[in-house]
Design a protein around this ligand. Structure first.
Ligand SMILES: [Fe+2]
Ligand SMILES: [Fe+2]
Length: 338
């Protein structure tokens, strides 16, 4: 059995023989904290029709199997197309500012929001801008690209089920928080590909979106969303969300550098232990959980003892500053993107 330490998030592997009952204690092999573990059996409100109620592990597999089989039917908004095209123009020596402006203008909703963001307190100057080209010049191409990515990403977090909107809003804030925090960590540790970790941060929990779509669209899943709790959702989808997200994004043509971050952000395998982008996003994910940006709030996490903080050489003071700064910045940016 795998047990994640709530303090340092290290994954402890326990033999079944070491588990002495529904309630037992053991010492985390990384941070040495004594942990008490309570094994809970959750009664999930998901059943396949026409069959006997299945075990939780079967249900997890059913959700994953449904996604693997119905990739094209999942009716997901297309992934950051505009942002990807902007990046291509920026990387192309013959690409011009006008090319970027034309692209942004092709999506009226995004164009309007970019204009608003350029005039906002976060990015604004003294003079009000009403022209899109001037707005993009004020923001700069790097910021424009990250904002377009964030605006496109927001479209993933919608549902016809009104009861899910609050949960989706928290999930969206979490993805934005991890993106903003990843960007800030990258700047602090002088990691050069800042936009890359921002995008990886936005997409790191993409697997959850897939699971939520599957539960809504899978004909055989009878989910009563009025009674379905966030805790049940995470119990059902946590284990598979990394693999599913990475698989889907890689099928959609996103590069392995990004899909690896999605695949391993919850648990870094030894062969990825020198992957800086992965450590940045994994740490940002923990920081957001610690301060409560998103559906999960885990204040007991101690960032300074995590493998990622140690790898990135960030001390307690730097981490505390990041916590305050990133929470504030995420809040401001979320308001601007609404
Ligand atoms: Fe995750
Ligand atoms: Fe996350």
């Amino acid at each position: 059995m795998k047990i994640h330490c709530p303090v340092c998030r290290h994954t402890n592997l326990l033999n079944d023989d070491d588990i002495s009952g529904f309630l037992f204690s053991f010492q985390c092999e990384n941070c040495q904290n004594l942990l008490s573990v309570k094994i809970q059996v959750h009664a999930l409100n998901v059943v396949k029709t026409g069959r006997q109620q299945t075990q939780p592990s079967d249900r997890k597999n059913q959700v994953a199997a449904f996604i693997y089989e119905n990739k094209d039917k999942l009716n997901l908004p297309v992934l950051p197309v505009l942002a990807t095209k902007i990046r291509r123009i920026r990387n192309n020596a013959s690409g011009t500012l006008n090319d970027v402006v034309d692209l942004v203008r092709s999506d009226q909703i995004i164009a309007t929001k970019i204009l608003r963001l350029a005039n906002s307190a976060l990015y604004g100057g003294l003079v009000e801008i009403t022209d899109l080209k001037m707005a993009i010049m004020r923001l700069g191409l790097t910021v424009t690209e990250t904002l377009v990515t964030a605006l496109e990403n927001k479209r993933l977090y919608t549902s016809d089920h009104a009861v899910l909107l609050d949960f989706l809003e928290k999930m969206w804030r979490h993805s934005l928080g991890v993106a903003v925090t990843s960007q800030n960590i990258a700047e602090q540790v002088k990691y050069p590909q800042v936009e890359e970790v921002f995008t990886a941060g936005l997409l790191h929990d993409f697997g959850y979106i897939l699971c939520l779509q599957a539960l809504q669209q899978g004909e055989g899943f009878n989910v009563d969303f009025n009674r379905f709790t966030e805790e049940e959702f995470f119990n059902l989808c946590f284990e598979e969300h990394t693999k599913l997200g990475a698989w889907y994004l890689s099928e959609a043509g996103l590069p392995p550098k990004l899909t690896n971050v999605v695949a391993f952000h919850e648990e870094i395998p030894s062969e990825e232990s020198d992957n800086s982008a992965l450590h940045i996003v994994a740490l940002a994910n923990l920081l957001c959980k610690k301060v409560g940006i998103g559906a999960k709030h885990e204040p007991e996490i101690r960032l300074e003892v995590t493998e990622s903080a140690q790898f990135l050489n960030l001390n307690e003071v730097q981490l505390a500053n990041l916590e305050v700064h990133c929470e504030d910045l995420t809040q401001k940016l979320a308001e601007m993107l609404q």
